[in-house]
Design a protein around this ligand. Structure first.
Ligand SMILES: N[C@@H](CCC(=O)N[C@@H](CS)C(=O)NCC(=O)O)C(=O)O
Length: 202
C-alpha cells in the first residue's frame, strides 16, 4: 500500500495518522501537486493529495473515502463507529475539521500571493469560517464528542487541522477561549502517531 502526498498537507497527515493508529504498513511517496513535475494527476484526476494506492493498484481519494477504505480493510481498531447514526455524527465532525483545513489552506495560498494581489475580503471570509468551525469543535469537545484513547476519524482530523493552523500560523490566537479544544489537541500531540507526522517542509 502506498500513500501519495506531501509532508505539509493536513489531509495527508490525517491518513498517515490513521494508518499508524491502525498499525497498517505503508510506503510514503512524497509528491506535491504544486510541483511542476508532479505525478499526482495520474492517480487522482483532481490532482490532489492524499491518494492511497492499494495493493491491487486501485487509487483511492479523497481523505474521507480513503478513511472508509481503510476501515473496510482493517476494521480493528475501529475509527468509524459501526452504528450508522453514530458514524454519521463522527463523519459530520470530520467534515467540520476538514472544512477548517480547506479554509486554512486557502488562507495560506492567498497570503503567498504578492501583497498587492491579496484579497483582504477573501482572507476575512476564510478566517471567519475557521473561527466558526473552531467554536463548533470546542463545543463538541466540551460535550465529550472526542475520544483520545481510541481515535476516530473526526478526532484525527481535528488534530491535523489544529496542527496545520499552528504550522502555517493561521489564526494564531485560536487557543484563546477554546479550552476544550486546547486540552484535546495537547493530548493528541503526545501520541506517537502525531509526533511522527509533524508537518515539515521537505
Ligand atoms: N477534500 C480533499 C482535500 C485534499 C486537498 O485539498 N489537498 C491539497 C493538499 S493539502 C491539494 O492536494 N491541493 C492541490 C490543489 O488544490 O491543486 C481530501 O479530503 O482529501
Amino acid at each position: 500500500m502506498k500513500l501519495v502526498g506531501s509532508y505539509t498537507s493536513p489531509f495527508v497527515r490525517k491518513i498517515s495518522v490513521l494508518l499508524l493508529e491502525k498499525g497498517m504498513a505503508f510506503d510514503f511517496v512524497n509528491d506535491s501537486p504544486w510541483n511542476e513535475n508532479s505525478h499526482v494527476a495520474q492517480s487522482n484526476p483532481l490532482g490532489k493529495v492524499p491518494v492511497l494506492i492499494a495493493d491491487d493498484g486501485a487509487c483511492w481519494f479523497d481523505s474521507p473515502v480513503i478513511a472508509s477504505f481503510l476501515e473496510l480493510t482493517q476494521p480493528v481498531p475501529a475509527s468509524i463507529p459501526s452504528d450508522p447514526y453514530a458514524a454519521l455524527q463522527v463523519r459530520q465532525l470530520e467534515a467540520l475539521a476538514d472544512g477548517v483545513m480547506d479554509a486554512a489552506i486557502l488562507s495560506f495560498r492567498e497570503q503567498q500571493r504578492p501583497a498587492a494581489h491579496q484579497l483582504e475580503s477573501e482572507l476575512v471570509r476564510q478566517r471567519e469560517k475557521i473561527l466558526r468551525g473552531l467554536d463548533a469543535l470546542d463545543e463538541a469537545a466540551k460535550n465529550g464528542a472526542f475520544n483520545t484513547q481510541q481515535l476516530d476519524v473526526a478526532t484525527i482530523a481535528v488534530g491535523c487541522a489544529m496542527g496545520y493552523l499552528n504550522f502555517r500560523r493561521i489564526a494564531p490566537g485560536w487557543c484563546v477561549d477554546r479550552p476544550h479544544l486546547v486540552k484535546l489537541v495537547e493530548q493528541l500531540f503526545q501520541r506517537d502517531s502525531f509526533a511522527r507526522t509533524e508537518p515539515r517542509v521537505a
